[in-house]
Design a binder for this molecule. Structure first.
Ligand SMILES: [Zn+2]
Length: 429
């Protein structure tokens, strides 16, 4: 069995005394980060070599000798702060290298921000329903209750981070579980991700499943726009402006949280409710690209919405991936170029602009765009991976489950032994 890492974010409720300790410790991390950053900038300016993570980590004992208050923080937490600066630099250089000229180098952390503290491997203790952290500032223990439903008793906990979000405190626990082995059980589920229907899926039994996207943004965005307009009429940074800004951020946070909840629930259901061990989803990068071509200006707003949504769809795919792995299933991202343009019955490529929701092919196939997409995706996956038995069974099943039937005169689909003489059409419900 292979180990896999999972993370769980849990809210904690520090007492005022604990809150003060957390801020004291976090402040030290912030200062060490800024200090190390200044040193790196200096080195860059004066072309001094060798100012890297290793050097800065080796300097820590010396810094602590001069400024004993850095000993308050558990030593590995300070080290990890330096490592995160190194990581920030690495991602900055990588971005620049890949042509993102507008990428910004790491910046100094302002004192209003709580610097996330990462306890890697040690310095924390988990007993059931309780987590505690090492530190040596004024003797107030950092010990927090965990809700009963989160039990890490049998887990290997690798890392715990303490962070804040909107003045709330969280611990993010990274733990390791054994990943059950994956076995191809001959059942598959192809999933098309979209904006209106977040999920349109077909399984190898030929059954379709469509789930409408929940759009909390439709409820919240007008409210956000309203409060933003009210804010913009106030003098900037006045009390009234700040109040409006706070409300605006709260609404945005609620909108995002609702969407995330929806995606969590849906991905869990999708993975657990299918008998298929293999889930196939179109690669999103390809999807965004395919959609961005040939869209007239009049439809730009629709397109923007579509591509914006690929961001949250990307997260949805991540959910599906790890939830599948956790139960011994697999999610496979598969090149889906032209799946929405290609008629699944006869293989003809159609001009399918994004607002055209139904494919109406000369061969008689009339099908909802998303349904067609996932059928094509399934066919491609099965044929390109030489799963011929599954492929044949899928086509047979499609015939049985389809509501309407259409004769197809000459199939020209280039996939092996396909007999699509009587391939059905699936009517839009
Ligand atoms: Zn056709």
């Amino acid at each position: 069995m292979k180990p896999m890492k999972l993370t769980q974010q849990i809210r904690i409720f520090p007492t005022p005394a604990q809150e003060a300790v957390l801020w004291k410790l976090s402040e030290k991390c912030r200062l060490i980060y800024n200090f190390a950053l200044a040193e790196r900038r200096d080195a860059y300016r004066h072309k001094i070599k060798g100012v890297n993570y290793r050097k800065q980590q080796n300097d820590l004992p010396m810094i602590k000798a001069h400024y004993p208050e850095y000993r308050w923080v558990y030593s590995k937490v300070l080290q990890y702060t330096l490592r995160s600066l190194a990581a920030d630099y690495e991602s900055f250089f990588a971005l620049r290298k890949n042509g993102h000229a507008d990428a910004l180098p790491p910046r100094f952390k302002g004192k209003q921000y709580f610097t996330t503290m990462v306890y890697n491997q040690s310095g924390f203790k988990l007993e059931h329903e309780k987590i505690s952290f090492s530190h040596s500032y004024n003797g107030v223990p950092l010990e927090f209750a965990l809700p009963e439903k989160f039990s890490f008793d049998d887990m290997q906990v690798k890392q715990v981070a303490i962070s804040t979000q909107r003045k709330r405190y969280f611990v993010t626990i990274t733990y390791q579980v054994e990943e059950p082995p994956y076995m191809d059980n001959g059942r598959y589920q192809a999933i098309d991700l979209g904006v209106t229907h977040i999920v349109t899926a077909v399984n190898s039994q030929g059954k379709f499943l469509m789930v409408k996207n929940q759009r909390p943004d439709k409820y919240w965005n007008p409210k956000i726009a309203k409060v933003q307009a009210r804010r913009d009429r106030c003098k900037k940074f006045s009390n009234r402006w700040k109040l409006c800004n706070r409300i605006k951020r709260k609404y945005e946070w609620k909108r995002d949280a609702q969407l995330k909840d929806f995606q969590h629930t849906l991905s869990t259901k999708l993975v657990n409710n299918t008998k298929a061990n293999t889930l196939i989803v179109g690669a999103l990068a390809v999807k965004a690209m395919a959609q961005s071509t040939k869209v007239p200006n009049s439809m730009r707003s629709g397109l923007n919405r579509a591509t914006q949504n690929t961001g949250t769809l990307g997260r949805f795919v991540q959910f599906l991936t790890y939830k599948s792995k956790r139960v011994g299933k697999r999610l496979i991202e598969f090149d889906e170029r032209n799946t929405s343009r290609e008629c699944y019955v006869c293989g003809k490529l159609h001009y399918m602009p994004i607002w055209q929701r139904v494919m109406n092919c000369e061969c008689g196939n009339v099908i909802a765009r998303d349904k067609n997409s996932c059928v094509v995706l399934m066919k491609r996956y099965l044929s390109q991976n030489a799963k011929w038995t599954g492929y044949q069974a899928f086509l047979d099943n499609l015939r049985h489950t389809a509501k309407g039937k259409t004769k197809v005169s000459s199939p020209s689909y280039g996939y092996g032994s396909e007999d699509s003489q009587e391939a059905p059409s699936v009517r839009v419900g």
